[in-house]
Design a binder for this molecule. Structure first.
Ligand code: AMP
Length: 226
């Protein structure tokens, strides 16, 4: 039976990470976040981390070859055997083509849910965003002042702002999104694999829409939900 590769697609700060965690828990499949893997490499100062860092801090994309290799290795692990969710990958048409070619035995059923949020809302969200460096949970405080001194409600760790969440870097990340990543919508629409949900709503509502969209696209969840 083919396994579901569910791609959560959208601009930075659309809520992909939060939704990926919620959908992953609902479907009981792992979430593969290339951003999280790269941030860990940066923290550990590995060769990959050193190379990735300068692209990430300037708001650009890490070269396709590096990210493709990370994803290929990660998806071969046994926990992905029943399906998985991709958060932040693919981000270029090259990566999308790679994903299909790396699994061309027909083993992968790719479906894409786009989370749509207007640019001005994204920029406001970033100003009030912090995340937990331990468990990765993202918090949106809405207004920037309230985030000072906040701790994670899951594990009590002091929350941090991401290095690439400054206003200037965010503007650059949005430009990169529109130029390099957004064309994937046409690519996946052409394949009939794309549906979009309105991401400018409370996380629970967005989550319900995503689960419904996945059901509509896959027909049955039984391939992944155990
Ligand atoms: P994210 O946490 O998904 O917003 O990713 C943070 C940063 O990591 C991005 O701005 C990129 O610099 C880099 N990154 C994450 N995923 C990819 C990808 N699929 N391709 C290239 N760069 C990526």
């Amino acid at each position: 039976m083919s396994r579901l590769a569910l791609i959560l697609f959208g601009p930075p700060a659309a809520g992909k990470g939060t939704q990926a965690r919620m959908v992953g828990a609902a479907l009981r499949v792992p979430v593969i976040s290339t951003g999280d893997i790269l941030r860990e490499a940066v923290r550990n100062e590995t060769e990959l981390g050193k190379e990735a860092r300068r692209h990430m801090e300037s708001g650009g994309l890490v070269p396709d070859e590096l990210v493709d290799a990370i994803v290929k290795e990660r998806l071969q692990r046994t926990d992905c055997a029943q399906g998985f969710i991709l958060d932040g990958y693919p981000r270029t048409v090259h990566q999308a083509v790679f994903l299909e070619s790396a699994f061309k035995d027909g083993d992968l059923k790719i479906r894409v849910v786009g989370i749509s949020v207007a640019d001005d809302v994204l920029i406001r969200r970033i100003a009030g965003r912090k995340s937990c460096p331990k468990c990765g949970k993202v918090f949106n405080f809405g207004d920037a002042a309230r985030k000072d001194g906040a701790v994670c409600d899951e594990c009590g760790t002091a929350l941090v702002s991401r290095a690439d969440d400054s206003a200037e870097v965010m503007v650059q990340r949005l430009k990169v999104y529109h130029r390099q990543t957004r064309p994937l919508v046409d690519y996946y629409q052409g394949r009939g694999w794309y549906v979009e949900v309105d991401g400018d709503r409370p996380a629970d509502e967005v989550n319900q829409s995503i689960l419904k969209a996945v059901q509509g696209q896959v027909g049955t969840m039984s391939a992944v939900a155990r």
